[in-house]
Write a protein that binds this ligand. Structure first.
Ligand SMILES: [Fe+2]
Length: 268
C-alpha cells in the first residue's frame, strides 16, 4: 500500500508578516509537526503550490528553513501565488523539469504519481502548457497498465462557485490525456481552499482545504455566498492499494472563525 501526504496553499510570508490575518508560518509548522507525529509511515509529502503569498525571495528562504523539519522525502510544485524564477533561485535550477516547469514524477508501490506545475504567470488561473502536455502524455504512456495519481495546484474543473473565475484554462486536452491512459485514479488539488470531490471528463478529483483560509460555499440560495473562515488547516492523506485509492481530508488545526461573510472569488 502506498501512503503519501499532500499539503497545499501554504501562502508563506516574510518573517513578522501575516496573510489575511493568519500566521501562515506558524500553521505550516503545525502541519509539519502533525505529519511527523501521525504520518511518519508515509512514503513522501507533496507541497502542491501557493508555497508563498507573493512569490518573494524572503518567503521562499523561510520555506526552505521550515522544510528542514519534515521527516520524510518531499516534493514541491507551484501555484498562482508563486514566482517560478525566484523559486528556482532559492531551491536550485535542478528542480525544473525539461518542460521548464516544476513538474516531477514518483514511481512507488506499483503507482506512478505525476506532479504538475500549473502556474501561469500574470494570472490567477492555471495552465498546462503544450510542452507539459507532451511531457505528461509521454509519462502516462510509460505507465500503461499501472495506476496513476496526479497532484497539481489548480482544481481541474469549474465547481459552481465564484472561484470558477480563476480555474484552469482550457482543461479539455489535459483531461483527454488523463482519460486516454485509462487508469488515472485521482487528481488531487488545492487552490480553491475548500474540500470537494467529483468527476470531470471521466477523471475523479479531490480538492483539499489547505493551510490558509477556508471557503465554505453556501449553495442553496439565489446567490452562492462564500463565507471565509480562518481554518481549519487541512491536509490530504492518500492511501492507495492495488484496487482502490482513498483521499482522507484531514484537519490538523480546528480553529474555525468567520473572517468574511461573502468573500470574493478572485484571490485563492
Ligand atoms: Fe491558495
Amino acid at each position: 500500500m502506498l501512503k503519501f501526504v499532500v499539503i497545499s496553499d501554504l501562502h508563506l510570508v516574510p518573517r513578522g508578516a501575516l496573510s489575511l490575518g493568519i500566521d501562515t508560518a506558524e500553521r505550516l509548522e503545525k502541519a509539519i509537526e502533525h505529519v511527523n507525529t501521525h504520518h511518519s509511515d508515509a512514503a513522501f509529502c507533496i507541497f502542491a503550490g501557493d508555497l508563498t503569498d507573493d512569490g518573494d525571495r524572503p518567503s521562499y528562504e523561510r520555506l526552505s528553513r521550515k522544510l528542514a523539519h519534515i521527516a520524510m522525502p518531499f516534493y514541491l510544485t507551484l501555484g498562482n501565488h508563486d514566482d517560478r524564477p525566484t523559486f528556482l533561485e532559492v531551491f536550485g535550477p535542478g528542480l525544473a523539469a525539461p518542460t521548464g516547469c516544476i513538474d516531477d514524477l514518483i514511481d512507488a508501490e506499483g503507482y506512478r504519481v505525476i506532479i504538475l506545475d500549473t502556474l501561469h504567470e500574470g494570472t490567477d488561473g492555471g495552465v498546462i502548457t503544450p510542452e507539459q502536455l507532451g511531457w505528461l502524455e509521454e509519462r502516462l504512456g510509460e505507465a500503461k497498465g499501472r495506476p496513476v495519481i496526479v497532484v497539481l495546484h489548480h482544481s481541474i474543473c469549474e465547481m459552481g462557485v465564484p472561484t470558477d473565475s480563476i480555474s484552469m484554462e482550457n482543461p479539455g486536452p489535459f483531461l483527454a490525456a488523463l482519460r486516454a491512459h485509462g487508469d488515472v485514479r485521482q487528481v488531487i488539488s488545492g487552490h480553491v481552499h475548500m474540500s470537494s470531490s467529483g468527476v470531470a471528463g471521466g477523471v475523479p478529483f479531490t480538492t483539499i482545504g489547505g493551510n490558509h483560509f477556508c471557503l465554505f460555499p453556501q449553495l442553496g440560495g439565489p446567490e452562492v455566498r462564500m463565507p471565509r473562515y480562518d481554518g481549519p488547516g487541512q491536509i490530504g492523506v492518500v492511501l492507495a492499494w492495488p484496487d482502490r485509492v482513498v483521499v482522507h481530508q484531514e484537519n490538523f488545526f480546528d480553529r474555525h472563525i468567520l473572517q468574511e461573510d461573502n468573500a470574493p472569488g478572485g484571490s485563492t
